[in-house]
Design a protein around this ligand. Structure first.
Ligand code: GDP
Ligand code: MG
Length: 202
């Protein structure tokens, strides 16, 4: 699949204010700075679609993009701030959990994980939560251009080993780089397959 057109649709502060749930939807979630906006720009081919910032912001907004008038991409606010207050963290969790549970057209969550670092408790917690909520998800390993081939192999093996401690069948994953376009075809093929299976109300 190829994307021909992508446009910013809306930013909402709660699931009830999101666009009508009439098209298949895919959400990008992950720790702040993991590369969500960069990856959205990479797969759409629009360099400035999702705002990229190297300083993590605190805005809690669910950003919708309309792709080829036929499906939605969603950029969710990041988690894992070291210095976030408990109140802010709970507000984030409440909003995200509600979105993930109530958004029935959400076909799959892409959980972005920095390929360079060891498994983070916040990411593992998110995977556990998604599994418990029965929400399909795919791990996207990001920033792999910053690793040598050899380092990447080692990191991926370590991560899979960690996942295998908990999962009989580890979650599906795709290796990506927003810099080199690695993983673009695979992500778009995956979305294309899901879109083809989608029928509203099912
Ligand atoms: N080298 C490299 N840098 C990346 C990649 N993806 C994101 N970055 C950088 O990481 C920082 C955070 O990216 P951003 O997309 O804003 O992350 P977000 O907070 O998850 O939306 C920015 O400085 C990006 O340029 C990647 O694949 N390779
Ligand atoms: Mg971002």
């Amino acid at each position: 699949m190829q994307i021909r057109n992508a446009q910013y649709l809306s930013g909402c502060t709660s699931v009830d204010k999101c666009p009508a749930p009439i098209l298949p939807e895919y959400a990008f979630i992950g720790r702040s700075n993991v590369g969500k906006s960069s990856l959205i720009n990479m797969i759409t081919g629009y360099k400035k679609l999702a705002k990229i910032s190297s300083t993590p912001g605190k805005t809690r907004i669910i950003n919708h993009f309309l792709i080829d008038e036929s499906w939605y991409l969603v950029d969710l606010p990041g988690y894992g701030f070291a210095r976030i207050s408990k109140k802010d963290r709970l507000a984030w969790e409440g909003m995200i959990n509600e979105y993930l549970l109530k958004r029935l057209n959400l076909l799959c969550v892409f959980l972005l994980v920095d390929a360079r670092i060891k498994p983070q408790a916040s990411d593992i917690r998110m995977m556990d939560w998604l599994a418990a909520a029965n929400k399909p998800f795919v791990i996207l390993f990001t920033k792999t251009d910053k690793l040598s081939r050899n380092e990447l192999g080692i990191k991926m093996q370590e991560y899979q080993k960690h996942l295998l401690d908990e999962w009989e069948l580890p979650p599906q994953s795709i290796i990506t780089s927003a810099t080199t376009n690695l993983g673009k075809a695979e992500i778009l093929e995956f979305i294309g397959e899901q879109n083809a299976k989608y029928s509203p109300g099912s």
